[in-house]
Ligand binder design. Structure first.
Ligand code: AMP
Length: 213
């Protein structure tokens, strides 16, 4: 099963993608996580990506596409994968279709986790992330057991630079301009499914499971 998660930043697609990966036993591939791991390890890719991410801009397609194509070619992706944060532009979607087409495959589902902008801005301020292990939390909806400390690895959790209000506005603008056109792209392919992302997390997941079966 090959799944794409669509939705604005902060719509909860990462949380849902992790749960889908667990339930269906497929890898969760988050380009944001890959970039953040590269930043943490101070790789050349990380240094380049950081300049864009800190400003709420997209990392250029040429730095993004190859790394995803390499990742989905790995053995653990044979039975499918869930893409979280990729594609984010029409050229990325075309690159993905092209790479899969070469091996006679195609994506099965594009799931849009739909949340209005007003809702997003409120949610993002409450987001907390562990920069050590990548776990994500929310002060209201997914709090850490001990305030400010990651449940998984014990490191401090922080408001990511790109979740700060001024960057969130920029990311939303970028989303509407560059990523939202993918909704029509996948509608045209007949694989778009929309779920109401304003519901509680469990209800969003139940709606997704209903779609995936
Ligand atoms: P995310 O964790 O998915 O919200 O991604 C965080 C940031 O990483 C985004 O705001 C972008 O700067 C960058 N990024 C992640 N995925 C992509 C992508 N597919 N194309 C371009 N930039 C991306």
């Amino acid at each position: 099963m090959k799944i794409i998660m669509l939705g604005a930043p902060g719509a909860g697609k990462g949380t849902q993608a992790k749960q889908i990966a667990d339930k269906y036993g497929i890898p969760h591939i988050s380009t944001g996580d890959i970039f953040r791991a590269n930043i943490k390890n101070n790789t050349e890719l990380g240094q380049k990506a950081k300049q864009y991410m800190d400003q709420g801009m997209l990392v250029p397609d040429e730095l993004t596409c190859d790394l995803v194509m390499d990742r989905i070619g790995e053995k653990d992706c044979e039975n499918g994968f869930v893409l979280d944060g990729f594609p984010r532009t029409i050229p990325q979607a075309e690159a993905l279709d092209g790479a899969l087409g070469k091996i006679g495959q195609k994506m099965d589902y594009a799931i849009d986790v739909d949340v209005p902008d007003d809702n997003i801005v409120g949610r993002m301020g409450g987001r907390r992330a562990c920069l050590n292990c990548g776990a994500t939390y929310h002060v209201v909806t997914i709090p850490t057991k001990v305030e400010g400390i990651c449940d998984r690895c014990g490191s401090p959790v922080v408001l990511r630079d790109d979740d700060k209000p001024e960057t969130v506005q920029k990311r939303l603008a970028v989303y509407h301009e560059q990523t939202q056109p993918l909704i029509d792209y996948y509608k045209g392919q007949g694989i778009l499914k929309t779920v109401d992302g304003t519901q509680p997390m469990e209800a969003v997941f139940a709606a997704i499971v209903e779609i995936l079966g």
